[in-house]
Design a binder for this molecule. Structure first.
Ligand SMILES: Nc1ncnc2c1ncn2[C@@H]1O[C@H](COP(=O)(O)OP(=O)(O)OP(=O)(O)O)[C@@H](O)[C@H]1O
Length: 293
């Protein structure tokens, strides 16, 4: 049985905004990256999973329970990090974490304390004086502290510095080892690459691709950067490879396979320098995003 099942949901805000006929499923223990440009419908989908709103059409279930009708039961099973966190600004971070624990009927705070230590978070100060990164850490503590089997995280590393982003990746990898099912929306390709088994890409409210990370990695193109001694040769070469891009004497070319042919073709020219690297995940995603972020 799927742990999370999003089945043909539509939430139409008008003017082509919202999500339209969105479907995907998640198995137990899977880490799924939910990717898309700004305004593509990630938060709208996640809010329906959390039971905050009902789809106009379609159905969303978690562990077989309807996310809207059984929202209280569903939420007991889910650690949730919202994209925008509404805090009680007059509370200290610690008071807020304790307040949220009370709402969740939690008695044991050892996991919360462990998380604060891990994230190097001193939560004693007032929330209103905290930086975005500190508030984000508080959100992460609250999402993880109950040790729920499912985690739904909306842009979990927004506001975190690169060191903390790495710590977050570690947190996800440990949660995955513990068998948790994790859905996270993200803009950060590296963290997706380091954590997710599969990605679902959404654009303008529609799913545009669902790929396993293995497939994505296997289908990467190679990026070649070729420096010619002579601009006229670079021009001649670019005519042979019309998909290439030329910047004076330098050619950029993305290819899958055909290495032999390329080397043969290049042997006819005077080459100053030659670099090859695999296409980055970012370039691959941007291909699906349609060139925008
Ligand atoms: N309550 C609402 N009423 C009307 N339009 C809305 C509402 N909430 C979201 N939208 C619109 O629906 C679209 C999808 O928004 P959503 O917040 O789901 O995108 P997102 O992928 O999470 O984007 P971001 O990465 O910027 O957080 C956007 O065009 C947004 O302006």
């Amino acid at each position: 049985m799927s742990v999370i099942k999003v089945s043909h949901i539509t939430k139409d805000y008008g003017n082509q905004r919202g999500v339209f006929d969105v479907s995907f499923e998640m198995n137990e223990g899977e880490v799924l990256g939910f990717l898309g440009p700004n305004g593509s419908g990630k938060t709208t989908t996640i809010r329906q999973l959390m039971g905050f709103m009902k789809p106009d059409q379609g159905e969303v279930t978690i562990l077989g329970m309807d996310c809207f009708n059984d929202s209280a039961k569903v939420q007991e099973k889910v650690g949730y990090l919202p994209g925008e966190i509404a805090f009680m600004e007059d509370m200290s971070g610690l008071e807020f974490i304790r307040f949220m624990a009370k709402m969740k009927n939690m008695k044991d705070m050892s996991k919360a304390e462990e998380l604060m230590k891990f994230l190097e978070l001193d939560a004693r100060g007032k929330m209103k004086r905290m930086s975005k990164g500190m508030k984000q850490k508080i959100g992460i503590v609250i999402a993880f502290m109950q040790d729920t089997p499912i985690l739904i995280l909306d842009e979990p590393t927004s506001g975190l510095d690169p060191l903390m982003q790495n710590k977050f990746v570690e947190l996800i990898q440990n949660a995955k080892k513990a068998g948790k099912t994790i859905l996270m929306s993200s803009h950060i390709f590296e963290e997706v690459e380091n954590t997710c088994d599969r990605v679902v890409m959404i654009k303008e409210g529609h799913i545009v691709a669902t790929k396993t990370m293995d497939d994505l990695k296997k289908n990467r193109l190679k990026h070649y950067e070729i420096h010619f001694f002579d601009e006229s040769e670079a021009i001649a070469f670019s005519q042979k490879y019309p998909q290439s891009q030329r910047d004076k004497k330098i050619i950029h070319l993305m290819l899958k396979g055909h290495t032999n042919q390329l080397l043969q073709d290049l042997s006819e020219y005077d080459i100053d320098d030659f670099n090859a690297r695999p296409q980055s995940l970012e370039e691959l995603f941007l291909h699906y995003y349609g060139g925008e972020q």
